[in-house]
Design a protein around this ligand. Sequence first.
Ligand code: ACO
Length: 382
Amino acid sequence: MPHEFVPGLEGVPIAKSAISFVDGLKGILEYRGIRIQHLAEHSTYEETAHLLLKGELPDPATLDAIIHDLAHHRRLESQIIELIKCLPEYGHPMDALQAAIAALGMFHPAKDVTDDARNFRACIRLIAKLPTIVSAYERFRNGAEILPPLDGLGHSANFLYMLTGEEPNPVSVNALDVCLILHADHTMNASTFSGRVTGSTLADPYTVVSSAVGTLAGPLHGGANEQVLDMLRDIGSVQHAESYIEEKMANKERIMGFGHRVYKTKDPRAIILRRLADQMTEEHGSTELYEIALKVDDVVTERLGAKGIYANVDFYSGIVYDALGIRPDAFTPIFAMGRVAGWLAHWLEQLIDNRIFRPTQIYAGEHDVQYIPTEQRGGNPR
Ligand code: ACO
């Protein structure tokens, strides 16, 4: 049966899913039916990860068990640490993350994906270890000693500790935790689709997550928050912000951190992050970069808001990460640390009623082309 070609599969459903829901016109995002605002305000990343994976909030004993299991799996194998040390320090942290996750799968064979309990254990192991990998590569490329996790600290606090070597303050821990919650899932985006495609071949979860990490690495997906910071630095001062944006608009250039394929109103995650950035500046004092960001938000909203273009999650997440002292090219790995729970929830869901993805194409090439032997082919002589 002939099908219409839909570039980018825009609007084409590829799964029935009960994990997250977006209403782009009303600005609603829910995980398992719970509004993102409530989770950002009341939940923790550990609890939200359980919600996504299991479909319900954990009772107190289950939550304790999850926290315990994450702590148990947080440490990296010494060989993975050695592998990280063999990578070039000038590489991109997303490449380091993808390589380390793929290698991790070799230490924890999970080729049989038919056992629910074993699959869940693999999910916990992956969620636990991603921050340890990200912080290990970060310290290695900065020439610092790689630190093991501290058992008494929670998920977000441990990451900040492993990154800086200091126990973080509660404002910073809450800021990172909220960022991880906000990034934990977002319906059928490119990296989630990529993970589901890989999962549909019955590949193991380490391979699933490493494919999703590779897809997230592209600038049209996870890389925009890095470019937001570049743009704000390029603007340089609040006075310059308006003319900079006008020039971009006159040249028909995209303003990084604005617009969204789904949201045609304010991205609810950006609203939460802006509030968080405000709280952080109240605590630590404002920065020129933050003042520039607020001005850019005002100018773009005034000029493009009528077209449904507003700040997206990437605009303010970069600012929060910058305030936490994190380098811009480590922003996308932190996105992955949050999104891994969503990728794995989709992997588990894909396995329930799996059918391998095998789309089709509309052939646009030639037929019956004659084979010409090498020596008879034209072209420029070397
Ligand atoms: N700056 C200026 N104009 C924009 C922007 C922007 N950031 N985004 C969209 N537009 C304009 C387009 O130029 C176009 O205008 P026209 O109708 O006059 O030609 C119109 O809005 C519609 O553009 P589309 O490309 O059709 O919008 P789409 O919904 O496909 O784009 C996208 C979504 C890719 C995210 C886009 O807004 C963009 O490139 N934004 C900047 C990059 C970015 O911030 N990416 C992160 C997205 S969030 C995430 O991945 C987690």
